[in-house]
Design a protein around this ligand. Structure first.
Ligand code: B12
Ligand code: SF4
Ligand code: SF4
Length: 365
């Protein structure tokens, strides 16, 4: 199947509940700053709105199962934890190529029109994949497969060809709640509902601004994405290591030392993460995340990295450098640093961060 691990078919009208559920999610603001989810609401909720000629949808899955425990580095506070999907080449690039090849084959054989989608298009891939029987949406909302556990990337081919649809897969979560309990930030207001505003995956990848102080500590050393709710799922006992060579995890991304990451300038950041999903977030957001992990490390040796970044050109970085330094340094040192820098700081958010750091220092024993 051209490198896809699973392929099944859904009818374009197979997700009648999706509309109301998407509306409820958006109306509650659970998409946070992802305005594109709101802008594409109409087309996203109904495949027939996206392309009225669609007669069938092929749903495809690529197994990216890790070859070890993806949460292992969480217990190494001097290192960062990068989620499994970002430890290799960008899956969008890899899957798009495969999809086009498969769609070309389908078009040539059937004479039908085709359109390919992976992740970024307004397509509700999870409910469609569940309707096609690839798996079911677990209580963490991710699609779980009996064959591959939680580690499937999803993609879709819309076509004008009439293909017989496959049946849906029933919900196999039962009374389990492991994923809900594992979430470090309590991002699930209820089973099957995720509030992106609290999700570390959203905060570290999509969120462009400062991360709320009350969530920083809970992030631990997760610097890009989060796999906690996926990794604890009992259905992973059936998972296998992914076969796609271009999605093999790079060992240097398994537990990268925070001190090394904190020293990446713009050029070094781009060179290190070329071709991976991390490059798309840009250096400032990434170093912001690294500084939160440094602040959570409890390792005074890392305070020097934070102090150096107090002079960074990006206010996003400077603000988290203040927070990290304040968490690792004795209160007298924080006050001394603030005395020389806080007044000279031009950015109001960074000044506010200095204010908070001084408050914390004042309360310290
Ligand atoms: C926006 C988005 C995010 C957002 C929001 C996530 C979310 N759950 O919506 C953020 C940035 C947080 C995110 C994070 C991640 N994402 Co993402 N994301 C997407 C995207 C672009 C859209 C998802 C969407 O439509 N959300 C809107 C909500 C309303 O839809 P929903 O999650 O399906 O919600 C359903 C449930 O709430 C359900 N529901 C509501 N009430 C009830 C009640 C009952 C009883 C039941 C049964 C169901 C139910 O109905 C809703 C509609 O079906 C998709 C790609 C795509 N085009 O589909 C990738 C996608 C979902 N992401 C993916 C991945 C891998 C991740 C991460 C694992 C990455 C990481 N390691 O950090 C995390 C997982 C976090 C999590 N627990 O969801 C994969 C998931 C693959 C899979 N096997 O399911 C996708 C499909 C990308 C891909 N092409 O492979 N993501
Ligand atoms: S990805 Fe992490 S933060 Fe987001 S819902 Fe899952 S466990 Fe919670
Ligand atoms: S951890 Fe349990 S509740 Fe969560 S998706 Fe897996 S089986 Fe369902």
């Amino acid at each position: 199947m051209l490198g896809f691990d699973v392929m099944r078919v859904a009818a374009p009208d197979a997700i009648p509940l999706a509309r109301a559920r998407l509306d409820a999610w958006l109306d509650a603001g659970r998409h946070a700053s992802m305005g594109w989810m709101e802008e594409t609401r109409e087309r996203r909720a109904d495949p027939r709105r996206l392309w009225p000629d669609t007669r069938s949808i092929l749903l495809l899955g690529v197994n990216y199962g890790p070859d070890g425990d993806p949460l292992e580095s969480l217990s190494r506070p001097d290192c960062g934890t990068i989620s499994v999907y970002a430890r290799s080449r960008d899956y969008h690039d890899v899957i798009k190529g495969k999809l086009k090849e498969l769609a070309g084959f389908l078009a040539a054989r059937s004479g039908a029109d085709v359109k390919v989608f992976v992740d970024t298009a307004p397509v509700m891939e999870k409910p469609l994949a569940a309707a096609a029987g690839i798996g079911w949406q677990g209580k963490h909302t991710v699609l779980v497969s009996r064959e591959f556990g939680n580690w499937l990337f999803l993609a879709a081919i819309f076509t004008t060809a009439e293909l017989p649809p496959d049946g849906p897969e029933p919900d196999r979560c039962g009374s389990c709640r492991r994923c809900l309990a594992a979430c470090p930030t309590d991002a699930f207001p209820a089973p099957y509902q995720l509030d992106s505003r609290r999700c570390i995956s959203y905060l570290t990848i999509e969120h462009k601004g400062h991360i709320a102080p009350e969530l920083r500590e809970k992030m631990g050393n997760r610097i890009f994405g989060c796999d906690d709710c996926l990794a604890v799922c009992p259905w992973n006992k059936f998972a296998r290591t992914g076969r796609e060579i271009r999605l093999v995890q790079r060992s240097e991304f398994a537990a990268p030392p925070l001190a090394e990451l904190a020293r990446l300038d713009e050029a070094a950041f781009r060179a290190r993460f070329a071709g991976t999903p991390i490059k798309r977030t840009g250096r400032a957001r990434f170093i912001r995340n690294v500084l939160i992990a440094i602040g959570n490390s409890g390792d005074p040796a890392l305070a020097e990295e934070a102090i150096r970044l107090l002079d960074d050109a990006s206010p996003l970085v400077r603000a988290m450098a203040v927070w990290a330094a304040a968490r690792l340094l004795p209160s007298g040192r924080v006050a001394a640093l603030a005395a020389t820098r806080a007044k000279a700081e031009s950015d109001p958010d960074v000044r506010a961060e200095w204010g908070r750091a001084l408050d914390i220092a004042a309360e310290a024993p």
